[in-house]
Design a protein around this ligand. Structure first.
Ligand code: MYA
Length: 477
C-alpha cells in the first residue's frame, strides 16, 4: 500500500443514503456470503492439497502464532462484534507472532531518540533465499515483460485490498504498476513473486520494494518503500506473508540497506503516524448509486448534485500542466516545501521527472507560473480506480488521489479547487486525500467528507517519536 491506500475504500460519512439501507445491506451480505463460501471451499481445497506454508516453512513464527489462545481470540472477536473495542484497538491487543520477532517498536514503547533499532553488516545476511514449500518457487518479476505485468495485474486485481464490506477492490492499472515499480534505481530482484511449480504455474504471492531517500526528523537514509504485498485468496492465513516480508528484507539487506517505510490499513507494531482518508464527491449520483456514499435524508439528488458542482475551468491565473522544462524549478519548490514535515522523501531530479511528468490515467501534475516565469505552486494526483464488486450497472469507481501539492502564493482552497476541476474534467468520480501535510486547511471548506479508511505509516528498523498526521509529508502509492 498501498498504496495501501485507503487501505480500504470507505463509504463516506459526510454523505448519506439513496441505495436504500436494505439494498445496501443485502449487497454487503451477498458479498460477504460469497466470500465466506469461497473461503470455506478454498480452505478445504488447500487442506487437501496440504499447502500449509506455516507447517512447512515457518517453524519459528509458527510456535508463536499459537500464543493467542482460542479463548482469548473468541473474547476479542466477541468484544469487537459487540462494538466495545474499535478495530484498531483490538488489533493492538493481538499477539503478533511474526512482528514481535522483527526490529520494530512494540505498542507500549515510547522513545525520544531517532535512529536504527539494530545494526548489522552485509556478511551477517543469509545468502540464500528463504525456503518455500516444495509446490512453490521464488521468481523475480520483470516489469519490462508485458506477460509478467499481466500476471501481476491479474493477481492484484482479484486479490488485493478490499474494503471491510467487500464492495470495492483496488484495481491498479498495468501502466500504473510499471510506473510505480520502475523509478530510477529500481531493482528487478525487489519485485518478488511466489509461483506455483506445477499445475497452472500461477503467481500466488507478491511484494515489492523501490529505493528512496527518506528523511525522518533530522536523519536521512537510503530506504525502500514496500508495497503491493499480496497473497492469493486461496493461500490466505497460512503465514506466507511473513515469508514474503522476510525474503524481501533479506534481498534489501544484501545491498546494505537496512530501513524501510510502508503503509497499511491494519494496525501493526507500531505506527509512526495514523492518518485518515477524506473523500470529495465529483460524481455524486454514481457514488450514491454504487453505495460509496449516501444521500442525506433532508437532501434530494438535485440538491446534492448542486452542492458538489464545480466551475468548468480552473480559476488560478498561470496554472498549466507540468512540463519537462519545469523540472529543476518544480523540484526545488517541492523539496523546499517538504522541509516543513518530519517524514518525507527527498526527490532527485531523475526521480521527480519519473514521478511527476504527467502520464494519462496514471499521474497528473500542474504548476502555477507567475509573471516572472517563477513557479509558485504545484498540484498533483494519481489515478487509482477500484472494481465495484457485484454491481449490475457499474464495474469501476474512478478515483483520483491527492499526491504532492505545494502552495507558496495561491491560497490552498483556490489551488485545490483547481485540482478538483481538473479531476472532474478527466471524468473522475471522487477525489481522495489523506490528512497529511497542510491538507487539513482545505478538506472541510472544499466539502471533503471523512471516510472509514485509516492509513498507518510504519518504519522498519527505525525508532523515533510518533508524529501527528499533519507532520507526515510522504504519500505512498
Ligand atoms: S499493505 C497492503 C497489504 N495487502 C493487502 O491487504 C491485500 C489483501 N490481503 C492479502 O493479500 C493478505 O491478507 C496479506 C496477508 C498478504 C496482507 N503488512 O500470511 P498470513 C501480518 C504487514 O497468514 P494473510 C502493503 O503492501 C499479520 O499481522 N504485515 O496472512 C505494505 C500476521 O503477522 P503477526 C501484515 O492474510 C506491506 C501475518 O502477516 C499485513 O494470508 C508492508 C499473517 O500472515 C500487512 N498489510 O496475508 C509489509 N497484513 O502474526 C512489511 C497481515 O505478527 C514490510 N500482516 O500479526 C516490512 C519491511 C520489509 C523490508 C525491510 C528492508 C530493510
Amino acid at each position: 500500500m498501498s498504496s495501501e491506500q485507503p487501505a480500504d475504500v470507505p463509504v463516506s460519512e459526510a454523505e448519506t443514503k439513496t441505495l436504500t439501507e436494505e439494498e445496501k445491506a443485502l449487497r454487503r451480505q451477498k458479498n460477504k456470503d460469497k466470500k465466506k463460501k469461497k473461503k470455506a471451499a478454498s480452505s478445504a481445497a488447500s487442506e487437501a492439497e496440504d499447502l500449509t506454508v506455516e507447517n512447512l516453512v515457518l517453524s519459528e513464527d509458527d510456535v508463536k502464532s499459537r500464543v493467542l489462545s482460542s479463548a482469548q481470540a473468541d473474547l476479542l472477536s466477541l468484544l469487537q462484534a459487540g462494538g466495545k473495542l474499535p478495530k484498531g484497538v483490538a488489533d493492538m491487543k493481538k499477539e503478533h507472532a511474526f512482528w514481535q520477532t522483527q526490529p520494530v517498536l512494540s505498542f507500549d514503547q515510547k522513545v525520544e531518540e531517532n535512529g536504527p533499532i539494530e545494526t548489522k553488516t552485509v556478511d551477517q545476511v543469509m545468502k540464500e533465499p528463504y525456503p518455500l514449500p516444495s509446490a512453490f518457487q521464488w521468481e523475480d518479476i520483470d516489469m519490462n515483460e508485458p506477460a509478467a505485468v499481466d500476471e501481476v495485474y491479474n493477481l492484484l486485481s482479484l486479490n488485493y485490498v478490499e474494503d471491510d464490506e467487500c464492495m470495492f477492490r483496488f484495481d491498479y492499472s498495468r501502466e500504473f504498476l510499471r510506473w510505480a515499480l520502475m523509478p530510477p534505481g529500481y531493482r528487478k530482484e525487489w519485485h518478488v513473486g511466489v509461483r506455483e511449480i506445477g499445475g497452472k504455474r500461477r503467481l500466488m504471492g507478491f511484494i515489492t520494494g523501490v529505493p528512496a531517500h527518506i528523511r525522518v526528523y533530522d536523519a536521512t537514509k537510503p530506504m525502500v518503500e514496500i508495497n503491493f504485498l499480496c497473497v492469493h485468496k486461496k493461500l490466505r492465513s497460512k503465514r506466507l506473508a511473513p515469508v514474503l516480508i522476510k525474503e524481501i528484507t533479506r534481498r534489501v539487506n544484501v545491498t546494505d540497506v537496512w530501513q524501510a517505510v510502508y503503509t497499511a490499513g491494519v494496525v501493526l507494531p507500531k505506527p509512526v503516524a495514523q492518518n485518515r482518508y477524506y473523500h470529495r464527491s465529483l460524481n455524486p449520483k454514481k457514488l450514491i448509486d454504487i453505495g460509496f456514499s449516501r444521500l442525506h435524508p433532508r437532501m434530494t439528488m438535485t440538491m446534492t448534485i448542486k452542492l458538489y458542482a464545480l466551475p468548468k475551468q480552473p480559476v488560478t491565473k498561470g496554472i498549466r500542466e507540468l512540463t519537462k522544462a519545469d523540472i529543476p524549478q518544480a523540484l526545488t519548490l517541492l523539496n523546499n516545501y517538504l522541509t516543513k514535515f518530519n517524514l518525507v522523501q527527498q526527490f532527485s531530479a531523475e526521480e521527480f521527472e519519473h514521478i511527476f511528468l504527467p502520464r494519462k490515467d496514471v499521474v497528473h501534475a500542474w504548476v502555477v507560473e507567475d509573471n516572472n516565469k517563477k513557479l509558485t505552486d504545484m498540484i498533483s494526483f494519481y489515478c487509482l480506480p477500484s472494481s465495484i464488486i457485484g454491481h449490475e450497472k457499474y464495474n469501476t469507481l474512478k478515483a483520483a488521489y491527492s499526491y504532492y501539492n505545494v502552495s507558496t502564493k495561491t491560497p490552498w482552497e483556490q489551488l485545490m479547487t483547481d485540482a478538483l476541476i481538473y479531476a472532474k474534467q478527466l471524468d473522475y468520480d471522487v477525489f481522495n486525500a489523506l490528512n497529511v501535510m497542510e491538507n487539513d486547511s482545505f478538506l472541510k471548506p472544499l466539502k471533503f467528507g471523512i471516510g472509514d479508511g485509516h492509513l498507518q505509516y510504519y518504519l522498519y528498523n527505525w525508532k523515533c517519536p510518533e508524529m501527528s498526521p499533519s507532520n507526515v509529508g510522504l504519500v505512498l502509492l
